[in-house]
Design a protein around this ligand. Structure first.
Ligand code: SF4
Length: 290
């Protein structure tokens, strides 16, 4: 009796992902299929692009010698960052008119001016900016970017993450901190040291949330990622990525191709790319939501 050859996987398993992408599988496997397996482009969002530009301005500030990190210098760095992004798809795709562009720039200015109420940048001993790091968990390479890595007064590692969205309420604070333990995992994998502190700086409200990672929280990243990844591999083999309807659907760029909204996921491959190209050419198209 001849053996049946194993069928080819329905989707190729990705080998490089950020931890937020990995955990997005648990929020909605179908959304994960669109964004992380098929890698379909998503229209940029105002908040995300604003965050990217403010991160860039702060990176430029910390490239300067400590004594030169003044509010005027950060204003100049924001102008540089805005100029860099005016031709970037993440900005062009926003299709801002003159009034909306002015509001956008004013919001960026307000975020960076709040920064100076939160810390003194001349006292920061940074050792890395926008640091790309990666570490293996089984066959998967997890990668992430650390906004700023610095040394505290005792020589311990401190990870600082800038946030341009709202600070989480008490109920969601632990959830948001759970994500940043990944940075501790990366530092442990790359430098063999667990940071003494991880700081989230919320530039919109001026709040800073801090957490102290531990060997246990670092181990938990490996355990959780391994479990989620086994589920991703099963879904890739069977092609079974189920939609999980939640409040996130209101912001999902792929809603029009989602079976839970009477869409056909197989149309997304061509249509999502065409819609994104049209958006960048300035055509007023609805890219995601119906
Ligand atoms: S619309 Fe909702 S259920 Fe459908 S893919 Fe998006 S997040 Fe998932």
């Amino acid at each position: 009796m001849s053996e049946t050859a194993p069928s080819a996987p329905a989707f190729t398993v990705p080998m490089n992902l950020s931890p937020s992408r990995v955990s997005s599988f648990t929020s909605c496997p179908m959304q994960f299929r669109f964004s992380s397996i098929q890698k379909l482009p998503e229209p940029p969002g105002v908040a995300t692009t604003k965050g990217t530009i403010v991160h860039r301005a702060l990176e430029l500030l910390f490239v300067r010698p400590a004594a030169d990190r003044t509010p005027a210098a950060l204003d100049a760095d924001l102008s540089t960052a805005l100029a860099e992004y005016r031709v970037h798809p993440d900005y062009v795709g926003l299709q801002l008119d003159a009034d909306a562009a002015a509001v956008f720039e004013r919001d960026c200015s307000s975020l960076i001016s709040r920064y100076f109420t939160m810390e003194d940048p001349t006292a920061v001993r940074e050792i890395g900016l926008e640091l790309w790091m990666s570490a293996e968990v089984g066959a998967l390479t997890l990668r992430g970017i650390i906004d700023r890595l610095e040394l505290d007064t005792d020589g311990g590692l401190v990870v600082t993450d800038y946030k341009t969205g709202r600070a989480p309420s008490g109920r969601y604070e632990q959830k948001s901190l759970a994500g940043v333990h990944f940075y501790a995992f990366l530092c442990h994998a790359v430098f063999g040291r667990i940071p003494t502190k991880i700081r989230l700086m919320y530039l919109q409200s001026g709040e800073t949330i801090e957490t102290v990672p531990s060997a246990q929280s670092v181990r938990f990243i490996t355990t959780r990622t391994t479990a989620v990844w086994a589920a991703v591999e099963r879904a890739c083999a069977t092609g079974d990525f189920r939609p999980r309807v939640s409040s996130l659907c209101d912001y999902c760029a792929f809603q029009r191709w989602c079976p839970s909204f009477d869409g056909n996921p197989d149309d997304a491959e061509v249509e999502a790319r065409a819609a994104y190209d049209a958006l960048l050419q300035g055509q007023p198209v609805a890219v995601g939501a119906r």
